[in-house]
Design a binder for this molecule. Structure first.
Ligand SMILES: Cc1cc2nc3c(=O)[nH]c(=O)nc-3n(C[C@H](O)[C@H](O)[C@H](O)COP(=O)(O)OP(=O)(O)OC[C@H]3O[C@@H](n4cnc5c(N)ncnc54)[C@H](O)[C@@H]3O)c2cc1C
Length: 96
């Protein structure tokens, strides 16, 4: 789980660094958003699983994290739209 969180941090920092330098960064931003929001779903789901039934009780904050994670794949462009941005960036220079 921490490896995936670290990977999302690295993608985000890498995209931000490109943006700061004024380099083209649409694909890198889309990759960071796609990976981080999908990773959040996996990690919060695993956290609920580790805590078994308690993970779904409101004594712990995990069920709220799990529910909140869902919207990240929808707002600020959905995962499907991030896929479009990434594939367009890769394929358009090839004439697609
Ligand atoms: C809680 C919440 C808060 C929000 N807050 C804001 C806000 O503050 N500001 C703001 O501007 N917006 C906000 N939104 C809107 C949000 O950004 C949109 O819901 C999101 O961008 C998806 O657009 P849509 O709902 O029109 O879905 P649609 O574009 O109608 O998409 C419906 C489904 O079809 C898929 N889809 C659409 N087009 C394609 C395609 N070409 N190929 C493959 N799949 C496709 C989508 O991925 C999605 O799964 C919020 C949404 C939610 C749920």
């Amino acid at each position: 789980m921490i490896t995936e969180i670290d990977a999302a941090d690295m993608l985000t920092l890498s995209a931000a660094a490109r943006l700061d330098k004024g380099m083209p960064s649409n694909r890198q931003i889309a990759s960071a958003k796609l990976y981080a929001s999908e990773m959040l779903a996996r990690v919060t789901d695993a956290a609920v699983q580790v805590h078994e039934g308690m993970g779904l009780m409101d004594d712990l904050p995990l069920e709220r994290f799990w529910r909140d994670a869902r919207v990240e794949r929808i707002w600020d462009r959905t995962s499907e739209i991030q896929h479009h941005i990434i594939s367009r960036d890769l394929l358009r220079p090839l004439g697609a």
